[in-house]
Design a protein around this ligand. Structure first.
Ligand code: COA
Length: 372
């Protein structure tokens, strides 16, 4: 019996990430996401996901330094981005720019583990630059160079705002958001990356496959749909009629439900807190208040819990990030997990090639075209 959507099918062994849907637990290499969100940094989580343990001071410094030093993107890629249509879909821009990066990567022809790690570092450092540069370019602004003193989170905000230093709360919120989205076991885009890597194609190709997969509204695209809904609703008092109408029309409420979690998504609890905190600090509490009301209604009436995309929408919005960059930012973070899974796949590879249960017609005799 084939299970639609491969629901509950275990398709790989992996030590990277454990999702416990019943208990609502998310664990990276043995560490609970709550601990990591509270005490760690994105750079440290990248090390953890790729190496299976937390780094010592020097190891963390070496990786952080490499990420800072590799944030620039080749001038040829920037030039190409300037030629893209200004209204282009930002995930298509990201997918195309990452595809270009491989041709300029100094290790393009190499596929040993060290070269793959160097490529993974470059990609993790370069994705935020592409996303921020795209926003600069389409708004007619000349991008500034990455700041070699800043973390991945701070640098992204710095580049996005054309060289303006981000405040501490914004940097911290961005960093936590990156930690929370960094990996999630065999989600659709990671599975796509592993299938690609399983053919022993290069890591850039695997990431391009992953970005294309993340773009879909049932996966990474959901957070953009959430903010569209929130801006349409606009006021707290409009929530009830709006959501009731969605229920009546049997429409899915974006940012709710999950294939694996049947209880609260542990990432949502952090993002909810961040949404409230940012709302208070930036005097924009209405986004949190509307979200909270929607959450109560969807849980009460439909039994669906908020997922990672629901509160990340208001968080990103209050960080001043343009709506259509929400999914690209998801990619910036998930790059850490994609790389971890691709490296794990290469380390113990076998081509991924499942079967399909044939349901088409059988034993037909060919009829020439003039007799059909
Ligand atoms: N709002 C309302 N109803 C929902 C829903 C939502 N967010 N999510 C699922 N449902 C309903 C479906 O309509 C379906 O109802 P039916 O059986 O009456 O047709 C049932 O629940 C099962 O949904 P299905 O889409 O088959 O579940 P899935 O396990 O394949 O999907 C998601 C999981 C995440 C794709 C799904 O919950 C969804 O589309 N959520 C909204 C998009 C989203 O937030 N994606 C980000 C995921 S992190």
């Amino acid at each position: 019996m084939v299970k639609a959507g491969l629901e509950d099918i275990v398709a790989a062994t992996s030590s990277i990430c454990d999702v416990n849907g019943k208990e609502g637990r998310l664990v990276y290499q043995g560490y609970d996401i709550h601990d990591l969100a509270e005490h760690s940094t994105f750079e440290e989580v990248v090390y953890l996901l790729w190496n299976g343990r937390l780094p010592h001071k020097q190891e963390l410094e070496t990786l952080s330094d490499a990420l800072r030093k590799n944030a620039a993107i080749p001038a040829e890629v920037v030039k190409a981005m300037k030629a893209f249509p200004k209204e282009a879909n930002s995930m298509e821009v990201l997918r195309t720019a990452v595809s270009m990066l491989s041709m300029y990567d100094p290790d393009d022809e190499l596929s040993d583990r060290d070269a793959n790690v160097r490529k993974a570092i470059r990609l993790t450092a370069q994705l935020p630059t592409i996303v921020a540069y795209w926003d600069n370019i389409r708004n007619g602004k000349e991008p500034v160079a990455p700041n070699p003193k800043l973390s991945v989170a701070a640098n992204f905000l710095y580049l996005l705002k054309g060289g303006e230093m981000p405040d501490e709360l914004s940097t911290k919120s961005m960093d936590i958001a990156l930690i929370l989205h960094a990996d999630h076991e065999l989600n659709a885009s990671t599975f796509a990356a592993r299938v690609a890597a399983g053919t022993l194609t290069d890591i850039h190709s695997a990431v391009v496959a992953a970005i294309g997969t993340l773009k879909g509204p049932l996966h990474g695209g959901a957070n953009q749909e959430v903010i569209k809904m929130l801006t349409k609703i606009d006021k707290l008092e409009n929530v009830q009629p709006f959501i009731n109408k969605m229920f009546e029309d049997r429409k899915k409420v974006m940012g709710f439900g999950h294939r694996v979690y049947k209880t609260e998504d542990p990432r949502a609890s952090h993002l909810r807190k961040m949404s409230e905190e940012l709302g208070k600090t930036k005097n924009e509490l209405k986004w949190f208040q509307m979200s909270r009301k929607i959450e109560e209604m969807v849980l009460h009436d439909k039994g669906f819990y908020a997922n990672v995309d629901f509160y990340s929408a208001s968080v990103y919005y209050m960080l001043g990030i343009p709506t259509d960059l929400f999914t690209p930012i998801f990619a910036v973070s998930r790059m850490a997990g994609w790389a971890a899974h691709v490296l794990e796949q290469y380390d113990n590879n076998r081509l991924i090639r499942p079967r399909a249960e044939y349901t088409g017609p059988k034993n037909l005799s060919y009829v020439s075209i003039d007799k059909r």
